[in-house]
Write a protein that binds this ligand. Structure first.
Ligand code: CAA
Length: 500
């Protein structure tokens, strides 16, 4: 293991836990002992939590041998490079490995932002150079992207995939393209979330809640940026932008500024959130008015569909009077909001736009899920507070969203899903592998294609069409493959169609 930073220490732990001896190296003795300290802390935590016995800890630790220099790598079967993402450092390391390792040893890189092909080409034996891309935290996330290049020898992919399985990971085989599967999908979504925060579209907490309580992801995008490191995120975005050139991959200026300022996230004690105190300075919700009194009487305006009927019944059950009469002097006019349909026209038609907000329930109302309180340009602060109080009274987690296509959840999700469809359309991967990568690499409970199938391709298509029409950004342009699935009503789980 060359490089014992957060990822290197985690990967070394994974190998040692699987019974494999590890020779651990870093740039100097200080870096090496810091890395060993990280590893020891992780193993001790596992013992404290009752996941390992002290004897097992000692055995695992006994398999890890700190090494002073490359000469100690002479007998290894596999070298894994996990050093900073600078080509000149990697070039030096692969030259050393070429010199000391036996000719049949495999040389792997955990790089996420340098071309594996370029690293391989710098080696004397490029056929044995491969990407082995782990995810943070390495002991927990089960994905390993096995990245082959045009130079990789056939057997190497199979050997490394078997090894990944042996250490308890699931390998997904990909070609060498910027971001591989997971980062190419994850990072643009995180970058877009930061843009939404920087532009004032949504608050930090609401954006993270939209992802966790709304989409069911294990972490919000802003908290995840802090975990990955804003500097790392920035370099991945730069590589994606260099490779694909589209505006979607342009790093949000705030990402660069925070990174330049050294506010790189958890590892620096501060990034988008502040970690200097007892814990992350977050709240469950950024809505100070979540405790605002719920209205006593609500005028409910909907499309006369099930969504409206369900909302009406929930409001009534919560002990609030519901009327459909727009002229009634109720405390709040509530528009049952729907994807792809703005709230303002209905609130104008009701004649009391100041007292109106939209409410979009994500998921099943009865399950206490997320509710977007949609504010138009005319909604008064009182109406917004009443809408928020109402959502809380219904047992929902309220967040605020402007009356723009996609509201907040759709803004985050639809372009992300479109990226996944485009990756498939490009022939780089397929729905099964993309879903596996996002579930095992990023902890998604459902992969992008499972999310599309659950919502219906037509719903995602409608959301994207509305966003594309309003903004004109290419990332919102619905991919033809999605339109085809929507038109033919074929779920992605049905597999590839004849002729593909
Ligand atoms: N090291 C070791 N173990 C850790 C850990 C760490 N840093 N963080 C959490 N764990 C372990 C905990 O010890 C716990 O294990 P036990 O059940 O045995 O006690 C388990 O993971 C769950 O942890 P918690 O209960 O504390 O927290 P959680 O349930 O909220 O899960 C999480 C934490 C696993 C990080 C989860 O939030 C998650 O899956 N988040 C998404 C992470 C993600 O997307 N990673 C990919 C980033 S992209 C990348 O890495 C690629 C790149 O090139 C940038």
């Amino acid at each position: 293991m060359i490089g014992l930073g957060t990822m290197g220490a985690g990967i070394a732990e994974v190998f040692a836990r699987a019974g494999i001896g590890v020779v651990a190296m870093d740039v100097d003795a200080t870096a090496l002992s810091r890395g060993i300290g990280t590893l020891d802390a992780s193993l001790s935590r596992a013992v404290t939590r009752g996941r390992l016995t002290a004897a097992e800890q000692a055995q695992i630790r006994g398999r890890i041998r700190p090494a002073a220099g490359f000469s100690e790598a002479a007998a290894v079967d596999l070298a894994v490079e996990v050093v900073p993402e600078r080509m000149e450092i990697k070039r030096e390391i692969f030259a050393e490995l070429d010199r000391v390792c036996s000719p049949d040893a495999i040389l792997a890189t955990n790089t996420s932002s340098i071309s594996v092909t370029a690293i391989a080409a710098a080696s004397k034996h490029p056929g044995r150079v491969i990407g082995m891309h782990f995810f943070n935290p390495a002991p927990v996330m089960r994905l390993v992207e096995v990245v082959s290049t045009v130079l990789t020898t056939d057997g190497v992919v199979a050997t490394v995939s078997d090894l990944a399985r042996h250490i308890g990971k699931t390998p997904v085989h990909v070609g060498d393209r910027a971001g591989f599967i997971a980062n190419a999908l994850l990072l643009p979504y995180l970058n877009h979330a930061l843009y939404l925060m920087a532009s004032g579209y949504g608050s930090r907490e609401d954006i993270d809640l939209a992802a966790t309580a709304g989409i069911g992801l294990p972490m919000g995008p802003l908290a995840l940026l802090d975990l990955i490191g804003l500097d790392t995120a920035l370099s991945i975005m730069e590589v994606l932008h260099g490779e694909f050139g589209l505006p979607r991959y342009n790093p949000t200026p705030l990402l660069r500024r925070l990174s330049d300022a050294g506010l790189t996230g958890r590892k620096a004690g501060r990034g988008i959130y502040d970690y200097a105190g007892a814990g992350k300075d977050d709240h469950q919700s950024g809505n100070e008015d979540a405790s605002a009194a719920a209205p006593k009487t609500v005028t409910l305006i909907g499309a006369g569909d099930d969504v409206e009927a369900e909302l009406a019944s929930a409001i009534a059950t919560a002990g609030i009077n519901v009327t459909r009469n727009a002229a009634h002097p109720s405390d709040l006019v509530l528009i049952a909001a729907e994807a792809g349909r703005p709230v303002l026209p209905a609130s104008l038609a009701a004649g009391r736009p100041q007292q109106s907000v939209g409410l979009k329930v994500i998921g099943k109302l009865a399950e206490g899920t997320l509710a977007e309180v949609v504010q138009t340009s005319l909604s008064s602060p009182g109406a917004i507070a009443a809408g928020t109080g109402l959502a809380a009274k219904l047992g929902l987690v309220p967040i605020h969203a402007p009356d723009r296509p996609g509201f907040l959840v759709g803004q985050l999700l639809y372009a992300h899903l479109a990226d996944a469809v485009r990756m498939c359309q490009d022939g780089y991967s397929n729905p099964t592998e993309i879903d596996t990568a996002m579930k095992l690499g990023c902890g998604y409970p459902r992969g992008p294609f499972e999310l599309i199938d659950a919502a219906g391709a037509a719903t995602v298509l409608t959301g994207l069409e509305a966003m594309y029409e309003a903004y004109g950004y290419p990332e919102f342009a619905p991919p033809p493959l999605l339109a085809e699935h929507a038109a033919a009503a074929i779920p992605f789980s049905a597999g590839p169609r004849p002729g593909r």
